[in-house]
Every structure is written in C-alpha cells, then in structure tokens.
Design a protein around this ligand. Structure first.
Ligand code: PEP
Ligand code: MG
Length: 819
C-alpha cells in the first residue's frame, strides 16, 4: 500500500543531503526529506497512529497505514533542550488524521538554543521506498510532498552506499539499555571507526556516548534503528547487533520497576525500596548540600578549554588508583568523564563564551534532565553519578568544595538522592540510616551503604523531603518502609529489637578475639581473606587468627606497570607485620580470566575463564613467578610464611612451581622449606586431591571458581547468578572428594572462597572435613559465634544429608531446618 505524505509544517522542503547533520544527511535514520519551518505547529502528514512522542517532546514517531514508521524530528540536537519549547498535542498510541496537530514548537527560544530548526522527516523502518513529489521549494502545511511504498524487506544490515549501513532490531534486554549495556555498547565500538547512531522513540543517540544512550531511554522490546557511517560501518553494526541480540547476560523478561511512592500510604508508612538491610531509629536530618557558584562568563576559549581538560584529567588519574567496591564506581565515573557527548556539549558552551565550570554544569544538567525525562528508574539511578562528576570537576575548577552539612550522630539522613562521594563523610559522622526520595538499589551510594552495613531505603518518594528535621522516625529497611510517626509501643518494640541486636553483635565482638573451638572441643581456625596491609590490622581486630588468602593480584591491577621485586617485598612485609606474627598464606599472582592486567599482554582469548589464568600464566612467565617467590620469601618472616598456588589442575603444575620456589630459596640462601599449598578451584584438582595432597602441604577450596567450573555457570554473569551456588550438591561432592584426598596424606583442608564467610554453610563444610575457614574480615565475629555452637558429629550427619540432596535448593532447605 502506498501512503502519501503531506507537509507537516509550512516552510521550505529540502533534500536530506542538505541537512547539516550526518546522521540524517547520510540517511542513517532512513530516507525522507526535511523542512525548514516557518510555522510553529507540527501536523500529521497523513492518517497514522502515534507510536511515541519523545519524553523531551522534540520528536514524534508515527505508524502509517502501510506499517512504515515515520520520524518527525523537530530541529537538530534539540534533545538537549530537555523538552523546553515543545508542547505535545497528542499521546502515545493515539490515532491521528491528516493535518491534526502533533507538537507545538515555541520557535524563537528553540531557534536560539538549537543547532538548527531544520526538521527531518524520515522513514525509519526497513523495506520502504520514498518517492519525493516536491523538493527544494516552499510548501504550505498539507501540500503533498512524498509517497512511501513497501519494497521487499531485508532484516540484515542494509548497505546505503559505500560507507553507510543501517538496520532495525528489537531490544531483548529486560531493563533496556541501562548503564551496563550502554557501557558495553560503547566498549564494543572502540575497535571501529564508523560513526554509529541508535534511534529509539525517534531520538537519535550517539552510540559511543553512555549519557546519550541513557538519555535515549531504550526499554525492553523497543524497536531501535542503528545507523553507521564510515569504512567499517557494516562491521560496527554487526558487532552491536550481535551484542544486543544476545542479551548481554541480562534477563529476558522485563523486571518490575519500583516507582517512588508519592506519599504516606494507608498503613501510615512511607514505602520505598530496600538498598541496604537493617533497622534504625532516630531523628530526621534533611541533607541539602548547596552548589558551588560558578561564573557564567569565561575568560577565553583556549583558557577555559585547558582548565576543563586539566580538571577532567586530574579526576581520571584519581579514578585509576581505586580498588574494591570503589573501583567499580571509579570505572563508571571514568566512562562519564570521558563521554564524548558530555564533553561536546560543554565545549559547545565554552565556544559560546561560557566558563568551564558553567559549561560543565550546563552539559551535565542538560543530560541529567534528558535522562530523568525517560522516567526509567534504572536510568535515573545514574543521575547521581553525573551530579557527582559535576561536583568534583567544579571543585577542581574553582578550588572550592561546597561545605557539607554534617548530620548529628544517630540521625536518619534524608536526601533527594545521595552522591557516592558524599557517602564517606556522612558515614563517618555516625548516621544511623539513610532514606532517599529518588535513587535506586543499584545506585552507587546504595552499594556503599550495603558494604558499610548502614540501613538504606531508596525511591521513597518526595514525601520524605517534607519530614521535619529532628522528627523521630523508624527506618525499617528490611521491610522497605519508614514510619514517620511511630507510636510509643512501636518505638519500644524497635528499641528492644535494636538492643538485642547490639548486645548480640557486642557479645560476638567480645568473644571474637578468642580462638575458635567447637562445642565438642574440635579446633577450627578462622582466618581472613586480605588484599593489603590496611585490611590486615582490621581483620585482627575482628578476631582473625591469621590470613588464609592474600590476593596478591591487587598489587598488580589498575596501574601502568608491574610492581618490582622491592615494592612487592615491602607490600608482603607490611601485611605480615599487620598480622603480628600470625600465619600468612600468600597466593601467587592470579591474573587473567576476570582480572586482566593491561601491561602484561595476554593474547586474545575467546574464553578467558578457561584460558591462561592463575598458575598457567605464572608457569608461562617463570621469571615473574621466581621474582614473586623471592619477594615473598624476603618479605614474610619464615614462621608466618605459607605460599598457595591458584587454578591448579594436577601435580605436574605443583611440581613445576615447587622447582621454581626451590631455586628462589637457593638464590636467597634460605634452607628451611616453606609450606606450599594448592587451591582446589577446578573439578580436576578436587578429583585428583589425593595425588595433589601427596606433594602439597595443604589444600584450600576456592569455592568461587570451583562452583563456576563445576556448574558451568560464569561467576560474573548476572543471567546465571542464581545458579552459582556453592552449596549445590555437585560442589559439595567435589569438596568431600578434596577432603578425602587431603586426609589420605594427613594434610589440612581449608575454604577461602565466598562460602567460607556464610555462617549457614559452616556446619556442612566442617562436616565434610574442612578445618580452616578464611572469611571476609567483617564476617568473622558472627562466624566464630556460630561455629562455637556446633559439634563435629552433628556437622558430619548434616553433611551426609546434604550430599544426598538433589539440588542446591534442597540443601538450603535442609540448612534452614537445622538452623
Ligand atoms: C575462589 O575462586 O574461591 C577464590 C578464593 O579465588 P578468587 O575469588 O580470587 O578467584
Ligand atoms: Mg579463584
């Protein structure tokens, strides 16, 4: 069926080639025409159905009677106006007739702020031919302009000439293109030179920009058009189509979106989303930090550009040094600081004579508004990160930090949302809990609250911002609610619960420094997993009896070159000193897999988890292994020193490593042998534990890797996260096999993977034959308290039953019954 299009506005109709934006001129958004408008009303060019008005109201997509999709994009770069100057006259899904008003445009302010008013009208779906009836002429709204006719369709990327291609796909990702998929798209495009644009809801977004992709508000099941221009246009499109269509490890079904509630609900509570568990009672403290003022007028384009570059570079350098949970946040911030759209918007403002600070703030706020306009909770959670880099860059530019209002100890802090960089000073002030009106459980401040053990409720709605300072409230993050006016009975009950919890934690902390002995007298060593010397002192204070796993790779990650022997020696010596003479198990370098190191080049591996990681890398670089052995031997006093090898599969690897260790000892003139153990992280090592134990001094289960390899479930892939359960009976059988092997040769068996920190799992592990648990330091007091209640015969009986279970769920049910 042929559909005739009529001019949507009065003006001059011109060919797309004359549109000063390659996205349209090169037909990445499909074929069509453009209008340079003289009137303010955009009208329907034919009878159609409105697919979507962009949240920022600068464009509209229509479905025509022959199923073609038509994009009317008012002006160029108008998404950045965040809806200012546009009024929608129709709603999504509405049927419209030829000439019916669609959008009202306030031409003067839009013309003043946008790159151009030229309005491209393009067919974004594949398989349609456009025949122009009028071009390079003035038209009045309603004049016939073009005809759209279907042609044979082709789902693959369509060549649009030598260097351009485009295609249309549907997004299978449950939560659409939120921050992580956006970052992966940007990364996937790095090897290509083509300019790539993604259009959704009639909004084109630069596919190399995380903020642009977030602002596009791409959701589950949206149809998106991808256009590319450049010598490798088709290959670039193929790369991202494959990435998106394969789902990037996201769930295939749309997840429930938690929307902020507007007010106090019928039960008298304000409901939100739990971001970090816990219960707290205290006075409200409304946290409203101000902005540092910036002057609008700049002092010249070169000076302002240089100032902005210097501030961004300083932040990029600071982001490089972060480790642990901070490293993930730093990586997200680094991507935003480097984002080409943000930078482009700021440079555009500097070019108009604005100061660097004014331009950076303007760029960030424009994008934040566009993201907020999507209404998508997951995307909106990233606004705090944008605001954080705004604050940090402006602090560097002005040399001034806005003074932070400091809450009283014990307060329940309330904010619209919390920036990650505000978190540390607030936590240090001793707040009891946090409740935010916006934000979400995956926002970075939420992750920090969870790791600091502070209860936090997010997305509680603007009602919380109305609560008065000093008002006593109960924050029950476990139940996702804040009680703004608790009665006396509630206050008493909560106070009692908190007192019980405090007493239990205090009792556990007081007993934490004692050795861990089970109720029947069996000795179990509880030691800590560490990454550096600072953690060692904290672990000892929490009751660690030594270190069961020092992850030495942290010394090698996030830097430009490898630490030399002396730097390594000093680092290992500092950890040993922090442990005050207690045993220290140093694991040799475990890089590769999910821990790549830029300056130690690995050949490309399709499947790095099964590649040259751990001991395989070390044996391929015996020079580095020998250097690490020498640094350990020189840095750690002999009485404390044990060495452990990661990712071993058989005694051959152990023997090869031991030869290098013996040579290192000889080089340093050390006669006494050093205990050398292996991690049981592969099913191979578990099956061959007896043969390994003949030559190894001890074995330690790396349950994180052992689980992923036993269950064929990538430990870093959220799509299979529920399957990566170390209590799966298949994993327990491998641990039992390792225990049997260790026993045969009188070696001890420990566990240093994540499951060692779970008090619920302790009876099974002990029942299987484990005598050492190496846990995360914070888990140690509670772990010791639980183990002290157990007896070995009970643990053995429980382990037998767990081995007979068919699924991880059955094992967990068994444990809940036993707890
Ligand atoms: C493990 O795999 O369980 C382990 C302790 O090693 P990592 O987590 O460092 O890979
Ligand atoms: Mg491991």
């Amino acid at each position: 069926m042929i559909v005739r299009l009529h001019a949507p506005m009065t003006g001059w109709v011109l060919p797309l080639d004359q549109v000063p934006d390659p996205v349209f001129a090169d037909r990445m958004m499909g074929d069509g025409f453009a209008i340079d408008p003289l009137d303010a009303m955009v009208r329907a060019p034919c009878d159609a159905t409105v697919i979507a008005v962009a949240p920022t109201r600068h464009s509209v997509t229509l479905r025509l009677a022959n199923d073609a999709e038509l994009l009317i994009h008012v002006g160029l770069d108008t998404v950045a106006l965040a809806g200012n100057g546009f009024t929608a006259q129709v709603r999504d899904g509405e049927a419209v007739t030829l000439g019916q008003p669609l959008l009202l445009v306030d031409l003067d302010p839009v013309a003043a702020q946008a790159k151009s008013l030229i309005t491209p009208v393009t067919v974004t779906s594949d398989g349609y031919a456009v025949t122009l009836l009028a071009i390079d002429t003035s038209v009045t709204a309603g004049d016939a302009i073009a005809e759209i006719a279907p042609v044979a369709s082709d789902a693959a990327a369509t060549d649009l000439g030598e260097d351009t291609a485009h295609c249309t796909i549907r997004v299978p990702l449950a939560n659409g293109i939120h921050a992580r998929p956006a970052a992966r798209i940007v990364a996937a495009l790095k090897p290509f030179t083509a300019e790539v644009t993604i259009v959704a809801h009639s909004r084109p977004a630069n596919a190399r920009s995380i903020v642009a992709l977030l602002s596009a508000g791409i959701r589950h099941d949206d149809e998106i058009a991808i256009g590319a221009r450049g010598p490798d246009a088709r290959a670039a499109i193929a790369a991202i189509v494959t990435l998106i269509e394969q789902g990037m490890g996201e769930e295939a079904h749309a997840a429930a979106q938690a929307a902020p509630t507007a007010a106090i609900s019928d039960d008298g509570l304000i409901h939100g989303v739990r971001a970090a568990p816990g219960l707290a009672i205290g006075p409200i403290f409304q946290f409203r930090p101000g902005d540092v003022a910036v002057t609008e007028r700049g002092s010249g384009i070169p000076a302002e550009t240089a100032a902005l570059d210097a501030a961004r570079n300083t932040l990029l350098a600071a982001a490089d040094g972060k480790a642990g949970a901070g490293a993930d946040i730093a990586a997200a911030h680094r991507a935003l600081i480097e984002d080409p759209e943000l930078l482009g918007a700021a440079q555009g403002l500097i070019a108009q004579g604005k100061s660097a600070g004014f331009a950076w703030r303007g760029a960030i706020r424009g994008h934040a508004e566009a993201i907020r306009a999507t209404g998508d909770r997951l995307l909106i959670e990233r606004i705090a990160d944008l605001k954080d880099i705004e604050r940090q860059v402006i602090a560097l530019l002005t040399g001034t930090e806005a003074a932070l209002p400091i809450p009283p100890k014990g307060a329940i802090l309330v904010a619209d949302e919390l920036l990650p960089s505000h978190f540390a000073p607030l936590a240090e002030a001793g707040i009891a809990g946090i409740c935010t009106a916006f934000g979400g459980p995956t926002a970075h401040a939420s992750i920090l609250a969870a790791s600091a053990g502070l209860p936090m409720l997010v997305a509680a709605g603007a009602a919380v911002l109305e609560l008065s300072d000093g008002q006593q409230v109960v924050l029950d993050a476990d139940r996702g609610a804040l009680n703004p006016a608790p009665d006396t009975a509630t206050i008493d009950a909560v106070t009692a619960r908190l007192a019980q919890r405090t007493a239990r934690v205090a009792a556990e902390a007081a007993a934490a420094l004692d050795l861990c002995v089970m109720a029947d007298g069996t000795r179990i060593e509880i030691v800590a997993n560490l990454a550096n010397a600072a953690e060692a002192a904290r672990a000892i204070a929490l009751g660690a009896e030594g270190c069961g796993l020092l992850r030495t790779e942290f010394l090698f990650l996030d830097r430009e070159s490898a630490p030399d022997e002396e730097e390594q020696r000093a680092a290992y010596a500092a950890v040993a000193a922090g442990l005050g003479g207690r045993p220290l198990i140093v694991r040799t370098l475990d890089i590769g897999g999910d821990k790549p190191v830029a300056y130690l080049p690995f050949p490309h591996e399709d499947n790095p988890a099964l590649g040259a990681r751990g001991i395989r890398f070390s044996l391929a670089r015996p020079d580095l292994l020998a250097q690490q052995f020498r640094a350990i031997l020189a840095g750690v006093p002999a009485a404390q020193c044990r060495i452990m090898l990661p990712m071993v599969i058989d005694a051959g690897e152990l023997a090869a490593a031991r030869t290098i260790l013996d040579d290192a000892r000889a080089a340093l003139g050390i006669d006494t042998p050093v205990p050398l153990g292996v991690m049981v992280e592969t099913p191979a090592a578990a099956m061959l534990a007896a043969s390994l134990a003949r030559d190894a001094d001890f074995l330690s289960i790396g349950s994180n890797d052992l689980t992923q390899y036993a269950l064929a479930a990538d430990r870093g892939n959220p799509a299979v996260a529920a399957k990566v359960d170390a209590l799966h009976p298949a994993v327990l059988h491998l641990i039992a096999r390792a225990a049997e092997g260790a026993r045969t040769h009188g070696r001890w068996l420990g566990v240093c993977g994540g499951i060692a920190s779970d008090p619920l799992a302790a009876p099974i592990l002990i029942g299987l034959g484990v005598t050492e648990l190496s846990a995360t330091p914070a888990a140690i007091p509670a772990l010791k308290a639980v183990v002290r209640q157990l007896t070995l015969p009970d643990c053995k009986a429980l382990a037998e039953r767990a081995l007979a279970a068919a699924t991880a769920a059955e094992v967990r049910t068994l444990l809940e019954g036993a707890a």
